[in-house]
Design a protein around this ligand. Structure first.
Ligand SMILES: NC(=O)C1=CN([C@@H]2O[C@H](COP(=O)(O)OP(=O)(O)OC[C@H]3O[C@@H](n4cnc5c(N)ncnc54)[C@H](OP(=O)(O)O)[C@@H]3O)[C@@H](O)[C@H]2O)C=CC1
Ligand SMILES: O=C(CO)COP(=O)(O)O
Length: 354
């Protein structure tokens, strides 16, 4: 009988110099994982007060109240010093600021340096994903994307978590698996950067929809319908842009979609919930006090889908509610009474069902 090899671990314990850019919830969570693995983490944030608090008390109370950070963490507002000696750099800057920050400091990155985007958003001009921005701004680095069902608030509690590293270069994938993989954090590999990254950005839209459905107490069947039709819609969109549909079966696709559509720990879910309970969008966002990428991604995807003629009824419906003044009830009714179509269109194409 042929034997399948099953190595006990591909996680090394070599200590490295790494950098994390962005002092919000996710930057802090990844810093904590890296530091607990014994790496030296150079942590860049723009707030001098936050740097001082982290250096003196080992906390980031603005974004992770009650969480103690331990290990060799070196917070700093000096971007150049943070990036200069790092073998790998993890970027957790919201999509709206991502290009400006990288462009302003492009000369600080060195040839061959590993740079990994953690950001789940899209840039307005040109519909660019973060890996594309990295490619344009710092093309001589080795680029990857980390995405998956990764609620920061759970990672800092050491709750069991898995994620995906997507990179063309196998050495980048291996390095990131070694840097982060530990008893509570697993890193799976993919080569479909575009699909992994697009999945992470798109699912935020459906998390807003799911939060709304939860506020309206539409029921468990409705929740399942939304998640599954959301998956159909996001994979239809991504495939038309060149991503691999199989990526959406993995952690970065269905995995992240499920966690953000079912948990009030997701900020996008919470924004949808608040609007479902009658709040204005601006008030819901202000109350959150953190980034909810889905509200920007929604606008960009709606425009892109219309330009490209891609059928995205959930995106259109949510857009009409958030930005077009439509009533939630009318949108739900319109969705329910639309043409009944193919379940899995990669098996039964949509057009054949008319
Ligand atoms: N939180 C999570 O569970 C996860 C988040 N992500 C993704 O990570 C990315 C970052 O999100 P997250 O950390 O949660 O966001 P937060 O809202 O928690 O924090 C945002 C951080 O970005 C900083 N920032 C904002 N604008 C700038 C700027 N112009 N220059 C420098 N820093 C800036 C903020 O600094 P300041 O406080 O000074 O304003 C703050 O440190 C998002 O794309 C998100 O989708 C991915 C997986 C999980
Ligand atoms: O991406 C996330 C979990 O995977 C975090 O989602 P939110 O940004 O909605 O909190």
């Amino acid at each position: 009988m042929p034997q399948t090899t099953n190595p006990t671990s591909n996680t090394e314990n070599k200590k490295e110099q790494v950098a994390v850019l962005g002092g919000g919830s996710f930057g802090t969570a990844i810093t904590k994982v890296l530091a607990e693995k014994g790496h030296t983490v150079h942590f860049w944030m723009r707030s001098a007060e936050q740097v001082q608090e982290l250096a003196e008390k080992g906390t980031n109370s603005r974004y992770m109240p009650g969480v103690q950070l331990t290990g060799d963490i070196r917070p700093s507002t000096d971007f150049s010093a943070v990036v200069k000696n790092a073998d790998a750099v993890f970027v957790a800057i919201p999509s709206k600021a991502f290009r400006n920050v990288i462009r302003e400091h492009a000369s600080d990155f060195h040839d061959g340096q590993i740079v990994i985007s953690l950001t789940k958003g899209i840039e307005r001009d040109g519909f660019k994903l973060m890996s594309e921005i990295l490619q344009e701004e710092i093309p001589r680095t080795r680029i990857g994307v980390l995405s998956g069902p990764n609620l920061a608030g759970e990672i800092v509690q050491r709750d069991l978590t898995a994620t995906v590293i997507a990179a063309k270069d196998p050495d980048v994938r291996r390095t990131v698996q070694n840097l982060l993989g530990c008893e509570y954090f697993r890193v799976y590999a993919n080569v479909d950067i575009y699909g992994v990254e697009l999945a992470g950005a798109l699912k935020n839209i459906y998390a807003i929809v799911a939060g709304m459905a939860s506020a309206l107490e539409l029921g468990e069947n409705a929740k399942s319908m939304l998640i599954t039709r959301g998956l159909a819609e996001m994979s239809r969109f991504a495939v038309s842009l060149g991503a691999n549909p199989m990526t959406f079966m993995g952690l970065a696709g269905v995995g992240d979609l499920v966690v953000t559509c079912t948990s009030s720990k997701s900020r996008n879910f919470r924004v949808g919930y608040a609007v479902g309970k009658g709040a204005q969008l601006e008030d819901a966002v202000a109350e959150l006090g953190q980034v909810a990428e889905g509200i920007y991604t929604l606008q960009l995807v709606k425009e892109k889908a219309e330009d490209a003629g891609i059928y995205m009824p959930l995106v259109r419906g949510l857009y009409e509610i958030l930005y077009g003044g439509a009533s939630i009830k009318a949108v739900i009714n319109g969705l329910m009474m639309a043409v009944q179509n193919s379940d899995v269109e990669f098996i039964l194409p949509r057009t054949l069902t008319y």
